[in-house]
Design a protein around this ligand. Structure first.
Ligand code: DGJ
Length: 747
């Protein structure tokens, strides 16, 4: 039995019990083992289908430390690469799941029962996921396994996309018996790779320096990244890892990407065992997780998106970009050109009134900006970060005409209006807290810590979600709001819910996320035309889970152009330019106090969803003219930037680290924009050229502002000689923090 599309196919070899999942360029093969569990055979470059893959199965070499089945001396799970392994019956590696049973046992035995192969891709219960728009875009394999002793079903889902080299996986447990089971681990994916000749790439950092690229060689033992922050996937580690071959570069070689569609506690880990097998697992962090599964209850894991590329890291990124831009992000804004915005945060912080905002709007209009976003400080008595979260009604002292009055005035100027919310949080100094002190996440009798003077609303409770929904709905139904910045600025401590029974306290972090997702679903369904941008102290929740609801994310609170090179470069490993909010801010920069030119600030921000974030009413005429030109430039090339193919050219993390470059090429290869950045001036640096990628070798290109034309093959092999650029170009390359932007089009 097999189902095929243009490129993807899923085959089942009935006689040998083997499944072969084929993407455009990869094969993924596993089988039903003789104990009726599932054993993994191969994941890598596409290979031919055949009637039997038995010769790919390995079960030696056994050592003196191996334990084996009593009734079959040759069988040990320690020696077998598995699909969704358990712990405690001959395999000593960390498992994909663990279930504590009423008698205290943790031993399970899920055996294959049946499977279905069908076109399309089912939705996940209450969780964000990639999707198809019609059945012919993907094929799904759903396997049903059963543990007879605990009468529990395990469903494993695999989807192969036709257009992308991507495979998604998730699992679901259903308790069909009478026992109360406790799920203490339920990962989304497990893959046992044949060898460990890999490097692990991950995106790590901190607030204001998110998603820096780190690469380490795999070693025997466990290497992992995770979040325990509860409310966020975190700025410290992104829910993504890649295994690359040591020789794999940006543009060549094999790489396997693992990305989790989830916004909370996660774990991504590689365990290299004593045979050199690498076990990759990824899912909800089992640490501090405990889910009670009563009769007829089920638990669905988030989705893991696995990408295969033999075209290097850049090849992997392009697959993620296209998949996440077109089949994870949703709604009318997915494909629409996004407005250029001005955000008031770094312009005014909490200190504004209607007049100030209208003045900013007036200048914005003059400059060609399209959307004015009023950030924090518009509600309750919020004049600093100590009060009013939860009181989502306008501060009449600052805004005598309310949000609707202000929004209408801004609309009358021919601009759109956007508003900031931080719906998940509450201040103690708020009416909401007076009314519902029990709505905070807290543990009775224990200290309550704060983060930025705020506390977390218990989103595991339906009544809290409903209340916050109605508060936001009141504002949105009353005022012409085109955009929402959905912020979240603290992590969970003293994790407890007054709404959950003792045996369900270990479920709170995940239930919180389910509550958040349900609220976002409700709001985005009622207001599909509002553009959502997610934010968590900048890029603390830049993950595929949030991208499902908000097609763009505020990439980092760090708006310094030089720091942004690293943040945006790292973010581009997984996330498309259409998802990265990038603003030109004031100097000295508010985070690192660096002074960079207006040109360089824009040259970095062009490679994202462009905007401004400083007091534009104070600009000189000269600066205004520069900004008008920047806006014209961005508008002219916006479609290309939002939808083109992105190529990383020079990395801030390797080589000299002093030069960074990237480019975006239109799908038809007729247009491209390249950004080149040099951080510090160097004395006599040697000859410099910028070699481009992704162009059509046979097309002849004109670079705006340069006299001659170039063939694509010249630009991709010889490149652009930077030293020989004359006039203004040369001037731009003088001093520190300099940049050049090349706009190319065919003749
Ligand atoms: C954190 C965000 O990242 C900022 O952009 C800004 O919205 C502040 N919160 C407002 O409090």
């Amino acid at each position: 039995m097999s189902v095929r599309l243009n490129h993807a196919a899923i085959f089942f070899n009935e006689k040998t019990g083997e499944f072969h999942l084929q993407g455009r360029n990869f094969s993924y093969i596993f089988k039903i083992l003789k104990n009726n569990q599932l054993g993994h055979l191969y994941f890598g470059k596409k290979i031919h289908h055949r009637d039997s893959f038995s010769h790919l199965f390995t079960i030696s070499p056994r050592s003196n430390t191996t334990c084996q089945y009593e009734e079959d001396e040759s069988f040990s799970l320690e020696l077998i690469k598995q699909e969704y392994p358990s712990f405690g019956t001959t395999d000593f590696r960390e498992p994909a799941f663990q279930i504590i049973q009423e008698n205290g046992s943790r031993i399970t035995n899920f055996e294959y029962i049946k499977h279905k192969i069908f076109k399309g891709k089912p939705k996940l219960d209450g969780l964000p996921s990639t999707y198809t728009e019609n059945e012919d875009e993907a094929i799904t394999l759903e396997l049903v396994l059963y543990d007879h002793l605990i009468e529990t079903e395990l469903n494993l889902f695999y989807t192969v996309f036709d257009r992308f080299d991507a495979l998604t996986r998730s699992a679901k447990f259903v308790n069909k018996g009478n026992q109360r089971l406790s799920l203490t681990r339920a990962m989304s994916v497990n893959i046992d790779f044949f060898d460990s000749n890999f490097e692990m790439l991950h995106l790590s950092g901190a607030w204001a320096r998110e998603r820096h690229v780190k690469i380490r060689k795999l070693e025997q033992g466990i290497q992992s990244i995770s979040s325990t922050r509860g409310t966020a996937s975190s700025p410290h580690h992104n829910p993504f890892i890649a295994l690359k071959r040591p020789e794999t570069t940006e543009h060549q070689g094999e790489v396997f990407g693992f990305s989790l569609v989830y916004s909370g506690n996660f774990l991504a880990q590689v365990e290299v065992d004593h045979y050199g097998v690498s076990r990759v697992t990824m899912g909800i962090n089992p640490f501090d997780f405990n889910w009670l599964l009563k009769k007829n209850e089920s638990f669905q894991t988030p989705e893991a998106v696995i990408v295969y590329s033999d075209q290097g890291l850049n090849g992997m990124s392009q697959i993620y970009h296209e998949l996440y831009r077109t089949r994870l992000a949703r709604g009318p804004w997915r494909d629409k050109i996004r407005p250029i915005l001005i955000n008031t945060w770094e312009a005014t912080y909490f200190d504004f009134d209607e007049e100030k905002i209208l003045n900013i709007a007036k200048t914005a209009k003059e400059l060609g900006i399209e959307l004015v976003v009023l950030d924090d400080g518009w509600f309750g008595n919020r004049n600093d970060d100590k009060t009013s979260l939860g009181d989502w009604f306008p501060n009449k002292k600052k805004l005598p005409n309310g949000i609707s009055g202000l929004a209408k005035k801004i609309n009358d100027m021919g601009l759109k209006f956007g508003l900031w919310f931080e719906p998940e949080m509450i201040s103690k100094a708020s009416n909401l807290y007076k009314k519902h002190p029990d709505w905070l996440i807290q543990v009775p009798g224990r200290r309550l810590s704060h983060g930025r003077n705020q506390y977390i609303l218990d989103f595991s409770r339906k009544e809290v979600i409903e209340y916050i929904y109605s508060m936001i709905d009141n504002i949105l139904s009353d005022a012409p709001i085109s955009y929402i910045k959905w912020d979240m600025n603290r992590y969970m401590t003293e994790i407890g819910s007054l709404g959950l029974p003792p045996e369900r306290q270990g479920e709170l972090s995940h239930r919180y996320l389910l509550g958040l997702y349900s609220l976002l679903e409700k709001l985005t369904s009622k207001y599909p035309d509002i553009l959502f941008e997610s934010c968590a102290s900048g890029g603390g929740r830049f993950d595929p889970g949030m991208l499902y609801y908000a097609p763009q994310t505020w990439t980092s609170d760090n708006t310094d152009a030089v720091e942004r090179l690293k943040v945006q470069y790292g973010t581009s490993m997984v996330y498309p330019l259409s998802s990265m909010g990038a603003h030109v801010s004031g100097v000295p920069n508010h985070q690192v106090h660096r002074i960079t030119s207006l040109n360089t600030r824009a040259a970095v921000a062009y490679f994202g969803i462009f905007g401004y974030e400083f007091d534009i009413t104070k600009l000189s005429e000269r600066e205004k003219n520069i900004i008008r030109k920047q806006i014209d430039f961005y508008k002219k090339h916006q479609e290309l930037i939002q939808t083109g193919k992105f190529y990383r050219l020079l990395s801030p993390f390797t080589g000299t680290k002093n030069e960074v470059a990237w480019m975006v090429v239109s799908r038809d290869q007729k247009e491209a924009i390249a950004g080149y950045y040099r951080i510090l001036a160097e004395p006599l640096p040697g000859f410099k050229k910028l070699v481009l990628k992704g162009l059509n070798p046979d097309f002849e290109y004109k670079i705006e502002g340069l006299p001659q034309t170039y063939f694509g093959d010249e630009l991709m092999n010889f490149g652009i000689l930077l030293d020989e650029l004359g006039g203004n170009w040369k001037k731009e390359l003088t001093g520190d923090f300099v940049s050049l932007v090349f706009a190319l089009h065919t003749l």
